[in-house]
Write a protein that binds this ligand. Structure first.
Ligand code: PEP
Length: 254
């Protein structure tokens, strides 16, 4: 049985106090959630990480950063290293979000270096992949995702890979209000397992948590999460609101 995960990417939102209040409310909600295999991961901006990590007490809510540097330390103004993130009590880091790929020109090679550095510092990675609209319309979406995964995971050993979650996020669905249909999501998640099976093996591919991300809301997540290969979601907009995020968590039935 794979873990069920609902991760919230807060992006560049929330003051410190707003973040603490939201994290506390979600943590309280999780205390009352009797499903032990459902986990929430909250990914606030870097500067809130330490206090949010201190706020969550239920044991069912983890904290993640939204990015990390590929460098260990040194003269890299404005950068945050994986070891600094780890030292705040944070357990996860998102790597390869399309907004980083797009606005910060992050290449597959750089993402591979970031993943390597995160894992070396004992952080679990949520590795994002997904095609843009043109690529889907051209029918290239499978090739694009395969290439992102193969390049992103180059040189990552089987042991290291156990600490990686994949998030399939079609870029055309992020923040647009348009989701992939549950069939499109299932088809791609199934394909991603076959790619992972080729790189590692079938057992490891079957054990990998694969999240769907892209305009998830309580109303559309029921169907998406009912798909065999969809193990939860990476949620942007709806993660900023306690009611919506908790409703999405509660979609997994007892
Ligand atoms: C995201 O940014 O990872 C995301 C899925 O955003 P949204 O839910 O707002 O589409």
């Amino acid at each position: 049985m794979r873990r069920k995960i609902v991760a919230g990417n807060w992006k560049m939102n929330k003051s410190l106090q707003e973040g603490i209040d939201l994290a506390r409310a979600i943590d309280d909600h999780m205390m009352n959630n009797r499903r032990m295999d459902v986990e929430a991961i909250l990914c606030p901006p870097y500067i809130h990480l330490a206090q949010i990590a201190n706020t969550v007490k239920s044991g069912k809510v983890a904290v993640g950063a939204q990015d990390c540097s590929d460098k260990e330390s040194g003269a890299f103004t404005g950068e945050i290293s994986a070891s600094m993130i780890k030292s705040t009590g944070t357990g996860y880091v998102i790597i390869g979000h399309s907004e980083r790929r797009n606005y910060h020109n992050e290449t597959d090679e750089l993402l591979n270096a970031k993943i390597t550095e995160a894992l070396r510092n004992d952080l679990s990675v949520i590795f994002c992949c997904g095609e843009i609209l043109n690529e889907r319309e051209r029918g290239d979406h499978f090739d694009i995702v395969k290439s992102q995964i193969e390049k992103g995971l180059a040189g990552i050993s089987k042991d290291e890979f156990r600490n990686i979650i994949i998030a399939y996020e079609p870029v055309w669905a992020i923040g647009t209000g348009v989701t992939a249909s549950s069939e499109q999501a299932q088809e791609m998640h199934f394909f991603i397992r076959s790619v992972l099976s080729n790189i590692y093996n079938k057992k490891m591919a079957d054990e990998t948590v694969i999240l769907y991300g892209g305009s998830c809301k309580p109303s559309n997540s029921v169907e998406l999460f009912s798909m065999k290969d969809v193990d939860g979601g990476l949620i942007g907009g709806a993660s900023l609101n306690k009611e919506d995020f908790c409703k999405i968590i509660d979609i997994f039935p007892l």
